[in-house]
Ligand binder design. Structure first.
Ligand code: OFO
Length: 162
């Protein structure tokens, strides 16, 4: 049985994952309005993945006999000053999510809750991938984003995401 402390942390993580979905949908909207369809698609897909993460944790709690408690989702603050700003915001957000997952893992470790640690292993791997993707986007934007041709190529590439 998961402790109260851990189940509260997992509930909070559901909220953070749904907020991630919100944030990325907001970024997707920002790029859509700017006419960058590839960037917009990439973040829309990412938004969907974040909802899957939330559902995964929700399902874990249910499997453990705990009723998830869903809290209010904050509105993202979407006033981005330029095309690069959302990419930096996404990278910073992924680092925040990684630290949050690590915090839950640490608590599970302290309690000797091996099942929750095992469950969180998937998220730890996923965060490594997502941080890398987010950081690569910033790097690629710095390399290619300053010319319209480079931006066009980057947008085309991001639009290939399935
Ligand atoms: Fe849920 O992985 Fe990103 O935030």
């Amino acid at each position: 049985m998961i402790s109260r402390k851990l189940s509260e942390k997992l509930n909070e993580q559901i909220n953070k994952e749904i907020y991630s979905a919100y944030l990325y949908q907001d970024i997707s909207n920002y790029y859509a309005v700017k006419g960058l369809k590839g960037f917009s698609k990439w973040f829309a897909i990412q938004s969907g993945e974040e909802l899957d993460h939330a559902r995964k944790i929700n399902g874990y709690l249910l499997d453990e006999g705990i009723t998830p408690v869903l809290g209010a989702i904050a509105a993202p603050d979407s006033r981005f000053e330029d095309l690069k700003a959302p990419l930096v915001a996404a990278y910073e957000h992924e680092k925040f999510i990684t630290s949050s997952i690590n915090d839950i893992f640490r608590a599970a470790d302290d309690e000797g809750d091996y099942r929750t640690k095992r469950f969180l292993g998937w998220f730890i791997d996923e965060q490594a991938e997502e941080e890398k993707n987010a950081s690569d986007l910033v790097t690629e934007y710095d390399l290619f984003g300053s010319t319209s041709q480079g931006l066009f190529m980057l947008d085309s590439k991001l639009g290939e995401r399935k």
